[in-house]
Write a protein that binds this ligand. Sequence first.
Ligand SMILES: NC(=O)c1ccc[n+]([C@@H]2O[C@H](COP(=O)([O-])OP(=O)(O)OC[C@H]3O[C@@H](n4cnc5c(N)ncnc54)[C@H](O)[C@@H]3O)[C@@H](O)[C@H]2O)c1
Length: 337
Amino acid sequence: MVKAVVLGAAGGIGQPLALLLKANPLVTELGLYDIVNTPGVAADLSHIATPAKVQGFLPPDDGLKKVLTGADIVVIPAGVPRKPGMTRDDLFKINAGIVKGLATGIATTAPKAFVLVISNPVNSTVPIVAETFKKHGVFDPKRLFGVTTLDVVRASTFVSEIIGDLSLAPKVVVPVVGGHSGVTIVPLLSQSSHPLPSSLSEDSHAALVHRIQFGGDEVVKAKDGAGSATLSMAYAGAEFAAKVIRAIQGEKGIVAPSYVSLESDAEGAAALTKELGQELAYFSSNVELGVDGVAKLHPLGKLTEGEQALVKAAIPELVKNIETGVKFVADSYKATL
Ligand SMILES: NC(=O)c1ccc[n+]([C@@H]2O[C@H](COP(=O)([O-])OP(=O)(O)OC[C@H]3O[C@@H](n4cnc5c(N)ncnc54)[C@H](O)[C@@H]3O)[C@@H](O)[C@H]2O)c1
């Protein structure tokens, strides 16, 4: 029995994500929450002939508490998407408060749930959830995940395009490490399950790295003011959620990159810190999933010189993003004293 909950379920990501979770036969209950439209989305999805019982909730009548009661896994795509001209800072100012509010609800109603954060900027919103949980004394670093799967999905697609065979896309595995915005996204192309053609020029290689890092911009530009990636994000979010659900049900050997607290696995973190040459509170690396969430943080492994340079470039930005999230929660609690 698995109860999955989507917070922000009426949005561009939320609706297709809810659809994909409804289609997942392992989900037996699906709770949908948003500030608008969830009764309609829930009624619509509830007619699909799959096991999950679907219910939609709005803020009145303790809707957040009701949707979160009994939740095993909570996915958060609530917030505002990036529009052309909007910076990550602009986005942060709006989404930080939304994510903190929802994290407070989870901390008080479903503190044991596995929490998957999609709301951007993930590099900062994951620390916001963690700090909020700490304030409530319920933080379990093994149960909190920043969803970076879209970067992984894009890497698989773009690599298979370069190889010239899109049918390979579902099989191509490229670890994408670091964080989840711009230069913090580090694709380890040298570790791709399907090597790039040896004829690929240095410029084309650099363009591929850039495309994986800034793939989101392609979508923001093409949508021309109508938002950011929603359908590919919903696919990626549902893929990652499905892996977590399979792992908590006992399936072994599931490994996927995710942006997690380094407190989630002390031994793995020590090895990773050595590779990074610096302590970081959060990092996205290959994570082995288990019944309790993070079972093991994998090291980066062998990197090319170019990849080492990308990791080095990601670190200062990550440090800044993490501090921003931590400070937001500290300041907001100070303000309420
Ligand atoms: N992690 C990723 O790879 C990734 C990729 C794309 C987008 N995103 C992020 O996902 C978020 C959602 O994007 P979208 O395109 O679905 O936006 P959207 O505006 O279409 O949907 C967001 C939904 O959140 C709801 N919402 C707002 N405040 C809420 C609250 N307090 N409680 C519950 N619901 C609330 C809105 O009503 C809306 O339905 C954005 O922050 C976006 O930047 C992340």
